[in-house]
Each structure stands twice: as structure tokens, then as C-alpha cells.
Design a protein around this ligand. Structure first.
Ligand code: SAM
Length: 288
């Protein structure tokens, strides 16, 4: 079904299905006709692409993905939308809708079963209440995915795509940079959605790759990153020592051996610095 961005068509469709928006599920549907084609074009770069979409809603982005991809698997938590999707996208035979919570789903299995031999990408207008958990799940599970092209809140986009050492950087910036190269593709105004959210949005693309710097132990690395940003206004010495319950004078030595000034702030550190600190902690602060 075309014209899923036409407000009266969407209103009529939703009222016929007795659908009301759930704020808790982050339901803001795209009604700006230029956004979904741009997202789909950025995500689907060849006709052997399989797309995993999270939260298809009434299928406005799904429709654009289906026109370009070999196959689309769309995971939707709200069962009330399944009959709507049946009506809007029933004509396509390269679509599978899975009624599930994306956070609970075995995505590796879904990818293996649904996309054999295909290049796999993720494309979604994410439900904003789970932006970071979804992105971290996709990255940490090391799924065989090429890119993640997603709409997120503008502030989240700035954080996720912040340059190293920039004021917008946070623990998730460093974590994302470990697994992927982030890029902010374009901004989207709040008025592009129905209902309009309070904040603007942006589409970002993460291109997955092998980590540039590997730590001895990833668990320590992510612990250090979280600890350093836990009290971001404090020095890394104070923040890491209190969050990881490490002795200050010992940690001071560890930071120096890693080439990091104890008085630095977390946002000033590069991923390479965090890897060095993590390795120095794992070696007991003995490397120099
Ligand atoms: N893709 C549609 C669009 O762009 O108009 C809808 C996007 S809306 C921001 C987010 C969608 O994610 C909603 O359809 C919502 O029901 C669904 N959703 C929310 N939580 C989810 C979860 N945990 N797993 C799967 N889908 C979820």
C-alpha cells in the first residue's frame, strides 16, 4: 500500500483497526515522505541485502526497504499492529513479520535462518526508550551485520557519533567506537512524526568492523569506560577509583603507566587510552 505518509490515509487506517498510540512503546510513526526512501537507500546498497527491521509500526519504512532489498524481517512487539501490517504490506512475498520483543529475540538464529547467503543490515526507526540497549545488543552479540542505519533522538545521535575527545562523548560513544565507525547521516525534525515527539531526531549509520585496539579482557575495558564516565565532571582518577573500588595511589600509578594523566576527564580520553588503562589494570599496574 502506497501513501503511508499521507496523514488522512494513516488516520483512517488506524481508526479502522481501533489503534491508539502507545507512548510506552515509543510509537511515533514517520509521516515525512522523504525520510524513509533516504534511510532505505543508505541501508540497502545491493539487491542481495537482507534487512532486519526493529519496530515496523504500520510499515512505512518497511515498504521502502521491501522495494530495494532481497528480504525484510521485521520484529514488532505490539500485536495490534500485525493485522495493520497484513493490510499495508500483504502484497510482498519477501517480508516476514516476527511478533516479539527484540531484546528477547535470538537474533543470531533469526539471521542464520532468514538470510542465508545474504549481506545483512539493520534499519529502523528505533523506539527511543531502548535506543542504547538495542544498539549495544546488536554490537555486543557480534552478529554478522554490515551496517546499522537507525533513527534516534538528536541528542543520542550526537552522543553516538561524537568524535574522540569531544564534549558530547560518553560511555556509549566509546563502546560504539570499539565495534563500529559511526556517521551522522541527516537530521529529521519532530514534525516528521505522528504524533510529533518533543525533540528532533537524526539518522545515523554504524559500519561494523573489527576493533582497532583490542584489550586483554573486554570486560575490564567496558568496566573502565563505564567507571570513567560515571562521574564525568570528576578526574578519571577519582571517577574510576570510586566506581571500581580501586586504591587511589595504586590507580594513579596504573594511569601513569598507561600514559594517561590522572587529572584528565573521561571525555578527553581516546579509546586507545581506555584500552591501555584496562590492560594496565589487568596486568596489575606493572607494565610501563
Ligand atoms: N517504523 C515505524 C515508523 O517509522 O513509522 C514505527 C517506528 S516507532 C518509533 C517504534 C516501533 O517499535 C513501534 O511500532 C513499536 O510498537 C515498536 N517497538 C517498541 N518496542 C519494541 C520492542 N521491544 N521490540 C520490537 N518492537 C518494538
Amino acid at each position: 500500500m502506497e501513501r503511508l505518509t499521507n496523514i488522512s490515509t494513516v488516520r483512517e487506517l488506524l481508526s479502522r483497526h481501533g489503534f491508539t498510540f502507545s507512548k510506552a512503546l515509543g510509537q511515533n510513526f514517520l509521516i515525512n515522505p522523504s525520510v524513509c526512501p533516504r534511510m532505505a537507500e543508505a541501508a540497502v546498497t545491493d539487491d542481495n541485502t537482507g534487512v532486519l527491521e526493529i519496530g515496523p509500526g504500520i510499515g512505512v519504512l518497511t515498504n521502502e526497504l521491501l522495494k530495494r532489498a532481497k528480504k525484510v524481517v521485521a520484529v514488532e512487539l505490539d500485536g495490534r499492529l500485525l493485522p495493520v501490517l497484513d493490510e499495508t504490506l500483504g502484497e510482498y512475498d519477501n517480508l516476514r513479520v516476527i511478533h516479539a520483543d527484540v531484546m528477547e529475540l535470538d537474533l543470531r538464529r533469526v539471521i542464520e535462518e532468514e538470510f542465508p547467503g545474504m549481506r545483512v543490515v539493520v534499519c529502523a526507526n528505533l523506539p527511543y526508550y531502548i535506543t542504547s540497549p538495542v544498539i549495544m545488543k546488536l554490537l555486543e552479540e557480534r552478529l554478522p551485520i554490515d551496517t546499522i542505519t537507525v533513527m534516534v533522538q538528536k541528542e543520542a545521535a550526537l552522543r553516538l557519533c561524537a568524535g574522540e575527545g569531544s564534549r558530547d562523548s560518553s560511555a556509549i560513544t566509546a563502546a560504539v567506537r570499539y565495534y563500529a565507525s559511526p556517521e551522522l547521516l541527516f537530521h529529521v525534525s519532530a514534525g516528521s512524526f505522528m504524533p510529533a515527539p518533543k525533540v528532533d531526531s537524526a539518522v545515523i549509520q554504524l559500519t561494523l568492523r573489527e576493533p582497532e585496539y583490542k584489550p586483554l579482557d573486554e570486560k575490564t575495558l567496558f568496566c573502565v569506560i563505564k567507571a570513567a564516565f560515571a562521574q564525568r565532571r570528576k578526574t578519571v582518577l577519582n571517577s574510576i577509583s570510586s566506581s571500581m573500588s580501586l586504591d587511589k595511589s595504586e590507580l594513579s600509578g596504573i594511569l601513569k603507566s598507561a600514559g594517561v594523566e590522572p587529572t584528565a576527564r573521561a571525555e578527553q580520553l581516546t579509546l586507545r587510552d581506555f584500552v591501555r588503562i584496562s590492560d594496565a589494570i589487568d596486568k596489575g599496574g606493572n607494565d610501563g
